[in-house]
Design a protein. Sequence first.
Length: 238
Amino acid sequence: MKSTFINIVAHELRTPIQPILGLTDIIYSKIKDKEQQQLLEIIMKNANRLKRLTDNLLDVTKIEGESLMFKKEKLNLNILIPKILKDYTDNKLKQQTVKIVYDFKSKDDVIIVEADRDRLAQVIHNFVDNALRFTTKSNNEIIFVIVDKRKDKEEGKEEAIVSVKDTGNGISKDILPKLFSKFTTSDSNTGTGLGLYICKNIIEVHGGRTWAENDSDGKGAIFSFTLPIIKEKKLLNE
């Protein structure tokens, strides 16, 4: 009954959010006054926050009900991830003074995985948004999104590693062991603690794993996940 209730409420909340975002965006595009634009940005920022909350609630109920759907396809990470990161420069609400740098470590031009495009984007957005939240907003700060590959120690198969490295204060030792558990947040005043829990489940369905660690240089944290690599001779352009 609880899951059904949460599912209904989340759907009902989602319905009015879409026109709020859509119509506010239309008004924003027609207004040139900077002060009025700033007021509309506050509306859009909070509407997006409410949308993320309802989406997370729906995802959690689906995870626990084992009904979270995936549409897997072969994807080239070296093409997909730069497209995802482009959202942060194209979207006026995500423009940051912090620089986001994509670092492709592999010498190969292609790393192919079989994954749900939208769900993979959801995980990367979550990791980058967390990094932005805990990184000082200054022109000297950089968030690195790093893609590399290695052989799995247990099975010997190749896997892709995607890491997001920030320059924040790092993760508390008390929080670190349970960071990907439900309702765990590094800041009790923000967030529901559902995002990383959802990310963990998404990656596990894809045959990978997630983890986080503090950077060895003592500044910032690194959030990572792995995905099995598919051998593909042909370059995928999507």
